[in-house]
Design a protein around this ligand. Structure first.
Ligand SMILES: Cc1cc2nc3c(=O)[nH]c(=O)nc-3n(C[C@H](O)[C@H](O)[C@H](O)COP(=O)(O)OP(=O)(O)OC[C@H]3O[C@@H](n4cnc5c(N)ncnc54)[C@H](O)[C@@H]3O)c2cc1C
Length: 225
């Protein structure tokens, strides 16, 4: 990722890491361009104008931040998209938690976790300072209580848990009817998010494919004079 971002920066791309996009507007003076209201942590919001926008946000987030950009019928289409959230936790330990197993699926109704993956049974612990890495995850629409993942144990060196509100789009039987396409009804606005990987499950390979699709469409885009 660092190699790729250096490569793009040498060609004039700017990256605004850790910036949150708060609002997407049509430019007041020129209805053909977009204004993004964004904010770096603990800074005042800034406004930047763009000729075109590729949204990689989950639709529920795009619907929250867009201000009179999308036509009502398209908002209705996107509002049908549902998601599952997920909670993940990583433990760095002095000893492996699962000595011989790499991937353990957990199908117990009372377990808060669906999977435990002893990553260092796949990639050797020597790549992690001879420490062992255990990853656990589950789908949930609200964050798990801290006591379910925060553990006190002598073998634990470090632990970190994340709740992801939009982790997995739900492919319902009529999903193909409202799945967003790369091109939206708004000229200059494109979609390249996880919802575009149907009929395949979301994954990083597919994220590259939908990104390329959006870049191709954008390269053909011309504003009317
Ligand atoms: C628990 C879990 C396990 C997974 N395991 C695998 C796996 O093993 N293999 C695999 O190939 N794929 C896996 N995936 C799927 C993979 O992570 C996704 O398919 C991929 O990250 C999608 O890339 P994306 O760029 O479309 O979206 P994302 O990576 O979700 O990027 C969207 C970004 O937008 C940011 N964002 C949200 N709101 C705003 C805002 N208002 N302003 C600015 N930024 C915002 C988010 O923070 C996020 O960084 C997994 C996903 C989950 C949730």
């Amino acid at each position: 990722a660092n190699y790729f971002s250096d490569f793009l920066q040498q060609r004039g791309a700017n990256f605004h890491y850790k910036s949150e996009i708060l609002e997407l507007h049509k430019d007041l003076d020129n209805q053909e361009t977009f204004t993004l209201k964004g904010r770096l942590p603990s800074r005042l919001p800034t406004f930047t104008t763009f000729d075109a926008v590729i949204s990689t946000l989950p639709s529920p987030v795009l619907l929250k931040i867009e201000k009179n950009v999308l036509p009502e019928s398209y908002r209705k289409q996107l509002s049908k998209i549902q998601y599952l959230g997920a909670q993940t936790v990583v433990y760095e330990t002095t000893k492996p938690v699962l000595p011989r197993t790499y991937w353990l699926s957990i199908a117990l109704p009372k377990s808060p976790w669906m999977v435990a993956v002893q990553h260092t049974n796949f990639v050797h612990a020597r790549h992690f300072n001879n420490h062992h890495i255990l990853y656990m995850a589950t789908y949930t629409n609200k964050p798990l209580d801290e006591h379910l993942w925060k553990k006190r144990h002598l073998d634990i060196i470090w632990q970190h848990s994340v709740f992801i509100p939009y982790a997995q789009p739900l492919y319902t039987t009529d999903y193909h009817r409202y799945m967003p396409q790369t091109i939206t009804p708004v000229p200059g606005l494109y979609i390249a998010n996880m919802e575009r990987t149907y009929p395949y499950d979301r994954g990083t390979n597919h994220a590259v494919v939908v990104g390329k699709q959006a870049a191709e469409k954008l390269s053909l885009f011309k504003r009317s004079e």
